[in-house]
Design a protein around this ligand. Sequence first.
Ligand code: CTP
Ligand code: MG
Length: 221
Amino acid sequence: MSVWAVLAAAGSGERLGADRPKAFVRLGDLPLLAESLERLDASDWIDAIVVAAPPGWEEPAILLAEELGCSKVSSCVTGGATRAESVRLALAEVPEEAAVVVVHDAARPLVSEAVIERVLAALNQGWDGAVSGLPVSDTVKRVEGDAVVETLDREQLRVVQTPQAFVADVLRAAYAGDVAGATDCASLVEARGGRVTVVAGDPRLAKITDAEDLERVAALL
Ligand code: CTP
Ligand code: MG
C-alpha cells in the first residue's frame, strides 16, 4: 500500500505580510516549508511527496528539497488561486497506484510522526478519511451580523487541522467536482457522503497565519 503526501504550500501569505510567500518566510534558519518537508520526508509512513508551490517559486521549492536531501519529493506543481485548487493540481501528480493520500498544510510546520500515524490508523479501521482535530475550549456562538442567533454545544465541536488522510480514490472523486469554497479536503469528501473521522490533533499544529503565529511557532522549534 503506497502512501503519498500532498504538501499545500502555494499560498501568498497575505495576512503574514512578508516580502515573499509564507512558505519561504524564515522559520529558524530555513524557509518555513523546510520544516514540514523534512518531517514528511522522514516519516516511516510516507512513500512520496508532491509539493504545490506558489507561482514562480517551483524552482526554489525543488532546490530546497534537494538541499535538505528530501528524496521522497516526486514533483512540485504550480499551485492554484485557492488552497482547494492547489490540492487538486498536486493530486493530479499522484499516480493511480497510490492507495492513500495525506494532505498537509506547509503553514503547519510542526507535523509529527504520531499524528500522521493516527490519521492513517483510522483509515485501516475502515474510514474514508481522517482529520486531526482539537476540542473547543471557548464558547462558540452563531451570529447574524451583530446578533447572536444560537450558542453551540462545544462538546460537539472540533477545531480541525491537517494532516488529513484519505483513501486515494475517495479523495480523487471528491476533487473531480466543484471545489470552490472548500477550506479543507475533508469537507469535499463529507459533501459526497464519505465517512470521515476525527483523531486527536496537536496544539503545536496550529496554523501560522500572522506574524505573531510565526514567533510562537519559532519559539517551539
Ligand atoms: N494554500 C495553497 N494554495 C493557495 C492558498 C493556500 O496551497 N492558493 C496553502 C497555504 O500555502 C497554506 C495552506 O494552504 O499552507 C493554508 O492556507 P493559508 O494559511 O490561508 O495560507 P495563505 O493563503 O498563504 O495565507 P493568506 O490567506 O493570509 O494569504
Ligand atoms: Mg489563504
